[in-house]
Design a protein around this ligand. Sequence first.
Ligand SMILES: NC(=O)c1ccc[n+]([C@@H]2O[C@H](COP(=O)([O-])OP(=O)(O)OC[C@H]3O[C@@H](n4cnc5c(N)ncnc54)[C@H](O)[C@@H]3O)[C@@H](O)[C@H]2O)c1
Length: 349
Amino acid sequence: MSYTTIHVEASRSYDILIGRGILDSIGEMLRPIVGDCRLGVLTDSRVDELYGDRLIDTLTAAGYAADKFVVPAGEASKCADNLLEFLNFLADCKLTRSDAVIAFGGGVVGDMAGLSAALYLRGVKFIQIPTTLLAAVDSSVGGKTAIDIPAGKNLVGAFYQPSLVCCDTALMDTLEPDIYRDGCAEVIKYGVILDKTLYDKLQEPPFDRESVVARCVEIKRDVVQQDEFDNGIRGLLNFGHTFGHAIEKMSNFEVSHGAAVAKGMVIAARMAPLCGLCDVAEELSALLQRYGFDLSSPYSADDLYDAILSDKKRRGGNITVVLPKAIGECVLVTLAVEELYDKLKLILG
Ligand SMILES: NC(=O)c1ccc[n+]([C@@H]2O[C@H](COP(=O)([O-])OP(=O)(O)OC[C@H]3O[C@@H](n4cnc5c(N)ncnc54)[C@H](O)[C@@H]3O)[C@@H](O)[C@H]2O)c1
């Protein structure tokens, strides 16, 4: 079985294993990390239907006692009620501090399983098995976990690093095209912020999944190692996200995360020359369109400004945005909120 191993040095160090078909070897990969233990698996209804039995059979064959908790597929499941239900489930299954929680799915179950692992018995081992492109390149790496509450998305969470990430890229063969495309927005983001070579490699879709996922994970790893708790350079990973989150929110989450980030990256690219930086907007838009993204912005500067002001990343009267200095090099630029408004007006009217 061939796979790539990427090591992360953080408050908890761990390996990220990436390869086609590695799910069937998960038992032997877990052994050195968790030993003999009971496993509480969180997955969603769609992933369960496709791969739930395969995972449990593999774990059982490897000698593990594994109990599975299934939530309905979709963002609405990343909520406090389900978190509490899952925690109760772990207690009912009598998981102890030497046992482990597995997230098997996209970012929704990854975020909620991670937070559960951080909370249950004040912390048990946590294993990520990402099954979406977005989870593979982004949410399963770096230890951010969260649930949504009525006041907003991801408002309750913790930094809690996994003990192992096992990414079987073959599982992504069954993703709906729009869900796969959402992940492509994050992949393109990595190219723009930190790696021109990666960006160039993405010019002719579809890209080679294994090597591109591995490169994105390396980039995120390098950023997280420098700024695990998101006080500085990790902010670069938010390229397109300040505007993207505002678009998602304005649309009542009808516009998916990836589609909103794509629109947000173009707004950021258009803002760059207004801040004395280079203009890559046309080039970036052309690439995003090749992946099928609709880049129209249905919202005015006033709409987006109001939504951005309620963003949790705002600090006082300033807001930090990520802008391209060149393809492969982004910078954090702090603007007074009034300046941001003026620039949004110039871009969106
Ligand atoms: N923690 C972080 O650092 C971080 C980073 C980015 C995003 N996120 C979070 O991630 C979430 C979005 O993640 P997502 O896009 O993976 O969404 P998701 O988990 O809802 O998955 C999207 C859809 O794909 C389905 N699916 C998953 N794997 C599949 C497969 N292999 N085949 C077929 N269908 C499959 C799911 O059932 C779901 O319907 C958001 O909640 C976001 O806040 C977290």
